[in-house]
Ligand binder design. Structure first.
Ligand code: UN1
Length: 499
């Protein structure tokens, strides 16, 4: 099990812990204070090729292991995650930076997913349905597909690998996993626990390294029929293009620009709690973060005041300290990007209410800290109201009525999460119908998805797939329709049964 001490990590290929073929390495450091977490193999295409070869060979046996048995391994994995929840949480506060409660939630999400998908081993339901002909039996069954290429981000370094790897495995696929280079040690811990749970050699392989060298090869490898990626819109487009050559199945979970609508009849205290949690939790580094607040003009001023007061109470610091509310952002380029959006917002004429400066003092200079930042008087078409910032910045947009609120909420290229605070049941139901997003919350913020419901978005958030819940099974299986004719005669569908 990885700890926060400096350690040399390896790739895991065909059941062996190995260095990159080149022998090159890279370091993982803490965004809070620069502490070195470990060194990792800087892999290249040849390492990916070896891992794919191992996964392809292992697939032939793994697909025949009864699904309930595959599920039992995942139950053991869930138990191991539980046993190691405290150390994984601690490691996450160091390597990724999120605060303790949220790091614990990240691990818990993987525990929940592993139990859920472990149970799927005894379901994986298909359908039986009557035949249009006599003495004939029809059914559809889910079939595994082969080697799944898993490319994950750093913001949910245990949860998101579980959303992809765990369903892929229960369905009978094998995996080559490339974790984010900002959180490789958590990716490695995930795989260590899977092996401890009893996943056979070659079924799960991990290859560390960057998107250019490792990710690109994985996406183009002809023996990897499925790619699942959570990342930026730009990466998603590049992956889709690269995978087109082999007509791969590609599951993409990309950006968001999620809005919270606050109507004039909302419980304002509740709305403030929901906005603060959704905009500044994980330092705003969630695809589901609330980066827009669409507020009815009647409560607009009161809401501004309360939000600023609440945001200014938040304490910045390392995620492992109990008093911290907002941890660091992931790295120097992220910090620069977030700050550049403050400049963009000011340049566009939005009013900066609080935050907006890179945080210094009290040891914060050692890491990448940005305070909760709130803009008011934002126009719906400003860049700060349209582009994903992926940091603790939110934009308040005033509106005059419900219809305008819905129009503004939908007026973006993304469609991941949305929310409305209102006490009016009619408005709540209209919002459920009219908000164009994969997830909608009523009287709650935009974050907090549970593992047994589909997770994903409309429009340019993805390409129509969902992870989590039953929907995940559609990413990791192919349907096969089976017709069994026991009439001992030639029966022709669409011909012999027509009067
Ligand atoms: C993400 O933002 O990338 O609903 C995932 C949530 C979490 C998962 C977020 N359960 O915010």
């Amino acid at each position: 099990m990885a700890t926060t001490g400096v350690r040399e990590f390896k790739n895991y290929i065909a059941g062996e812990w190995v260095d990159a073929a080149s022998g090159d390495t890279f370091e993982s450091t803490s965004p809070a204070d620069g502490e070195v977490i470990g060194t990792f193999p800087k892999s290249g295409p040849e390492d990916v090729d070896r891992a794919v070869e191992a996964a392809k060979a292992a697939y032939e046996e793994w697909r025949l292991v009864p699904a309930p048995k595959r599920g039992e391994i995942l139950f053991r994995f869930a138990e191991l995650l539980k046993e190691h929840k405290a150390d994984l949480t601690e490691l996450m506060t160091h390597e990724m930076g999120k605060v303790k409660a949220e790091a614990g939630g990240d691990v818990q999400e993987a525990i929940d997913m592993s139990y859920y998908m472990g149970g799927e081993g005894r379901r994986l339901f298909g359908h039986t349905t009557p035949s249009e002909l006599r003495d004939k039996f029809n059914m559809s069954v889910r079939m595994p597909i082969g080697v799944v290429g898993v490319i994950t981000p750093w913001n949910f370094p245990i949860a998101i690998p579980s959303w992809k790897i765990v369903p892929a495995l229960v369905c009978g696929n094998t995996v080559v996993f490339k974790p984010a280079t900002d959180t490789p040690s958590l990716g490695e811990s995930f795989v260590e626990l899977l092996t401890e749970a009893g996943i056979p050699a070659g079924v799960v392989n991990i290859v560390h390294g960057g998107g250019g060298a490792v990710g690109d090869r994985l996406v183009r490898h002809p023996d990897v029929p499925v790619i699942t990626l959570t990342g930026s819109r730009e990466t998603g487009v590049a992956v889709l293009e690269a995978a087109a050559e082999n007509l791969k199945h590609v599951h993409l979970e990309l950006g968001g620009k999620n809005g919270i609508i606050v109507m004039d009849d909302a419980d304002l205290d509740l709305a403030v709690d929901g906005i603060i949690w959704s905009a500044f939790g994980t330092s705003g580094q969630r695809c589901t973060a609330a980066s827009r607040v669409i507020a009815h003009e009647k409560i607009y001023d009161a809401l501004q005041k309360r939000l600023v007061a609440a945001a200014e109470k938040m304490r910045l610091g390392p995620g492992w300290e109990d008093e911290t509310d907002v941890g660091p952002v992931i790295n120097a380029p992220a910090l620069e990007k977030i700050h550049s959006y403050t400049e963009i917002g000011e340049g566009e004429g939005a009013k900066l209410l609080t935050g907006g400066e890179i945080a210094t003092g009290n040891g914060l200079d050692k890491g990448f800290f940005y305070p909760p930042t709130i803009f008011a008087d934002v126009e719906p078409d400003m860049r700060i109201a349209q582009e994903e910032i992926f940091g603790p910045t939110t934009a308040l947009i005033p509106v005059t009525d419900f219809d305008e609120a819905i129009r503004v909420a939908n007026g973006i290229r993304y469609g991941l999460s949305s929310s409305i605070f209102t006490q009016d049941v009619n408005r709540a139901f209209r919002a459920m119908r009219d908000l164009n997003s994969g997830i909608t919350y009523i009287n709650a913020g935009t974050i907090g998805a549970e593992v047994h419901l589909p997770f994903g978005g409309t429009k340019e958030t993805g390409n129509g797939h969902r992870e989590a819940g039953q929907a995940a099974l559609d990413v990791f299986t192919e349907w096969k329709s089976v017709y069994v004719d026991y009439s001992a005669t030639l029966q022709r569908a669409q011909i012999d049964n027509v009067e």
